[in-house]
Design a protein around this ligand. Structure first.
Ligand code: SF4
Length: 391
């Protein structure tokens, strides 16, 4: 079989070691407020000019994708020199970049020593293409069908680290300045590594940056946050971000969901469904997406489909059926195609859109629930080096 990975960039062991990151503050992922504060606190702009200056920087960083202060041509040379002394506008290191034969792209991004995240671009999803971003390194939740869940939590990502994933994708897709029409990256989904509602402050700040009209300008209606069901945070998610909601459901009975999505033991289905029904802004135009992974003999019978219809009755919803993506050591198999189609037909007859998600990027382990893999080995080696360095 021919190799499926078309492009793989990993620096060779003989590549020159990069110099340590500069100590200057990186402006690339700051909120507008943080940008203003940084300008004032470093003396780069007086308080009464900071708002205008921050606005200029904002457009350069988030609309033009600038990575160098010296490129900001509408700022005087003297001021650019001042800014350059105090700040950088830097991207994190892209450790690895893979492109699947189906056009899916996956980047392994290192934002700090030992902090490596995977971000995946999937073409032809949403309006044009969706970027699946990570919100944590690893995950605490151990959903039994999810490869990512086997990696212990390292830490929450900062807002800047979340935004950096979008910037890296835009760099690679050649989408600067931020296009108004014909975008390749049109949607953002928080479905990568981690549980976004365990990092809601940073997720909300990142959404503010990504959706800002004078920058990356991806509408909040094209940003979807997927949660396994952290019930107490759902209301705040809706109020603070106005993002679209997706629920990693996968089962309609507590007994089964306790196993597949163990957070269900803390917030069982009855509580979860009540919180979804109360989600701010829910309407036919802003439907909830229920994600339902198809596991052979586990949750894929016609009776399961009917139970699903009963469970979500009255909620404006669509259901994404996800053929299970096997990973080494997983205990499950993907449902047969005929079982998935029969399941979808029952949902369709009940009036629910229920697209079957075409598996994407399987050849580069970029599909749902597969994030991690090689990068974890890299992380392990980084951890070992750090441990050694710290004695
Ligand atoms: S499905 Fe999401 S919440 Fe569950 S273990 Fe995987 S990354 Fe964590």
């Amino acid at each position: 079989m021919p190799s499926l990975t078309l492009d793989l960039l990993r620096p060779s062991p003989s590549a020159p070691v990069r110099p340590a990151a500069p100590a200057r503050l990186n402006l690339a992922g700051l909120t507008r407020e943080e940008l203003r504060t940084a300008l004032v606190e470093t003396g780069a702009a007086p308080a009464d000019k900071a708002k205008i200056r921050a606005g200029q920087l904002w457009r350069w960083i988030h609309h033009y994708g600038a990575t160098d202060v010296s490129a900001m041509s509408d700022i005087s040379k003297e001021m650019r020199a001042v800014l350059g002394e105090r700040f950088v506008v830097a991207r994190p290191e892209v450790v690895e970049r893979q492109i699947s034969k189906d056009g899916t792209r996956k980047w392994l991004i290192r934002t700090a020593p030992g902090i490596e995240i995977e971000t995946v671009y999937i073409p032809d999803v949403g309006r044009a293409g969706a970027l699946c971003v990570s919100s944590q390194v690893g995950c605490t939740l151990n959903c039994s069908f999810c490869h990512t869940g086997t990696q212990p939590l390292v830490r929450n990502l900062t807002a800047a680290e979340i935004v950096a994933q979008v910037q890296v994708a835009r760099d690679d897709l050649g989408e600067w300045p931020s296009p108004k029409e014909d975008r390749r990256l049109s949607n953002i989904v928080f479905m990568g590594m981690g549980e976004p509602l365990y990092n809601l402050d940073n997720v909300a700040a990142a959404i503010d940056i990504i959706s800002d009209n004078e920058g990356i300008a991806i509408s909040r209606r094209r940003i979807t946050v997927s949660t396994s069901g952290v019930v107490p945070e759902l209301k705040r998610l809706g109020e603070e971000t106005q993002a679209m909601l997706a629920i990693s459901l996968h089962a309609t009975r507590d007994e089964l969901r306790d196993t597949l999505v163990p957070i269900n033991r803390r917030y069982p289905l009855q509580q979860l469904m009540a919180a979804i029904r109360a989600y701010p802004g829910l309407s036919n135009a802003r439907r909830v997406t229920f994600e339902y992974v198809m596991l052979k003999g586990v949750n894929d019978s016609p009776a399961d489909a009917r139970a699903l219809i009963k469970l979500i009755a009255g909620i404006p919803a669509k259901i994404n059926l996800i053929p299970f993506n096997p990973w080494p050591g997983s205990a499950y198999e993907c449902s047969s195609w005929s079982a998935i189609e029969a399941f979808a037909a029952i949902l369709n007859r009940a009036g629910y859109a229920s697209p079957i998600r075409t598996p994407r990027g399987r050849d580069i382990l970029a599909a749902c629930g597969q994030l991690k893999s090689e990068s974890e080995k890299v992380r392990a080696s980084v951890r070992r080096r750090l441990e050694l360095a710290q004695g």
